[in-house]
Design a protein around this ligand. Structure first.
Ligand SMILES: [Zn+2]
Ligand SMILES: [Zn+2]
Length: 107
């Protein structure tokens, strides 16, 4: 039997959540809301990373990540989008920043 459960993480406090959401809002601006809608429709209300599922009440915690980091690259087939919950999204970006940092300091 295969057990594939989402990782149980400690839930942040409402204040921490608000800060996380604010932090990630820059790439989910209302002006760009249409791609979020599209991505949610294409990929479903589920985090691509941890498998957490979302409902209307907590859907604001599911954000759209741009795989190539370019928020203007929004192909309608959804190939540049990844639905990530705020936890995984934050994680993804810390990783990218770290990778940049490590690459940048190599020479
Ligand atoms: Zn997640
Ligand atoms: Zn992102």
């Amino acid at each position: 039997m295969v057990q594939r459960r989402p990782q149980a993480r400690k839930l942040p406090s409402p204040e921490e959540l608000r800060q996380l959401v604010n932090k990630l809002k820059t790439e989910n601006k209302p002006a760009n809301a249409s791609y979020r809608e599209q991505s949610l429709q294409l990929h479903g209300w589920i985090c691509a990373k941890c498998g957490r599922e979302f409902e209307r009440e907590n859907l604001q915690l599911l954000t759209v990540h741009h795989r190539d980091g370019n928020h203007h690259n929004n192909p309608p087939d959804g190939s540049n989008w990844e639905n990530l919950c705020v936890y995984c999204h934050d994680d993804e970006h810390s990783r990218l920043i770290l990778a940049d940092y490590l690459n940048g300091t190599k020479q």
